[in-house]
Write a protein that binds this ligand. Structure first.
Ligand code: PEP
Length: 264
């Protein structure tokens, strides 16, 4: 359970919607209107398809909801058709950027090395990268979770200085994404504690205690609060349920309740 005010104050609960390649601008604007009321104590971030980022930023101009990108280019500028840089996202008004989502790894061939470059680009542009890690079903069944996560963390964060920088980690077991089979809150907690231990070895306790570790994978309105109750679960990355305004609103409300509980 979350009790330590000094730690939690640095780790405000964060809920991030990954809308992937879904929706249209009317639907997305209607959807945010339903959960804006829960975005004051908890931090709520929406990641729309690129083409809608500007519209979303305009629509949310006087709202506490923040906007993030689902991906960024490894490159800053040049002849890279179809790419968008971290600097451009920041210039548009985004605060966050997802890096290394398992769909990017599986479908678009990204790996820890490309993630390392993207995390560097995001930090240079003062965007907060949300670095996604997670084991496959096969790796989970073979008991390789910690080994896989350690490798994903150490390879992608190698040489990355986090002094005065913000980074979030999203633990997204691949077997839980879009399957309806979320990890249990106990598995999430054990795994997040392991991730924090790794971060502690890499960056020291002071930095590791400030890094928010989000859980992602079949989060819904029923399991959200059970996840958020766990000491090392600092937020949620939500795919499918973020497209359902009623579900997502409930998930944000759970985070708001968690924030209230820990901000007493
Ligand atoms: C995701 O794709 O990041 C995700 C967590 O999806 P879902 O919530 O649908 O499992």
């Amino acid at each position: 359970m979350k009790t330590q005010k000094n730690i939690i104050d640095q780790r405000r609960p964060i809920i991030m919607a990954n809308w992937k390649l879904n929706g249209d601008i009317d639907l997305l604007c209607k959807s945010v209107s339903s959960f804006v009321k829960h975005a004051y104590l908890a931090e709520v971030v929406v990641c729309p398809p690129y083409l809608y980022i500007r519209d979303m930023l305009n629509f949310l101009r006087n709202s506490p909801i923040k906007v993030g990108g689902q991906n960024i280019s490894k490159h800053d500028s040049g002849a890279f058709t179809g790419e968008t840089s971290a600097r451009m996202l920041k210039e548009a008004g985004c605060r966050y950027c997802i890096v290394g989502h398992s769909e990017r790894r599986e479908i678009f061939g990204e790996n820890n090395i490309s993630c390392q470059i993207k995390i560097t680009r995001a930090l240079e542009a003062n965007l907060t990268p949300v670095y996604c890690i997670g084991e496959s079903q096969n790796e989970y069944e073979q008991g390789l979770t910690e080994q896989v996560l350690s490798h994903q963390l150490r390879e992608a964060l190698e040489g990355i200085d986090l002094t005065n920088k913000n980074l979030c980690i999203a633990y997204e077991p691949v077997w839980a994404i879009g399957t309806g089979k979320a990890a249990t809150p106990e598995i999430a907690q054990t795994t997040h504690a392991y991730i924090r231990k790794e971060l502690c070895e890499m960056y020291g306790a002071e930095v590791a205690d400030t890094i928010r570790i989000m859980y992602g994978g079949s989060v819904n309105k029923t399991n959200a609060h059970l996840m958020l109750e766990q000491a090392d679960v600092d937020g949620l990355l939500v795919g499918g349920a973020s497209l359902d305004p009623e579900h997502f609103s409930e998930i944000c409300r759970s985070a708001e309740e968690t924030a209230k509980g820990v901000c007493l």
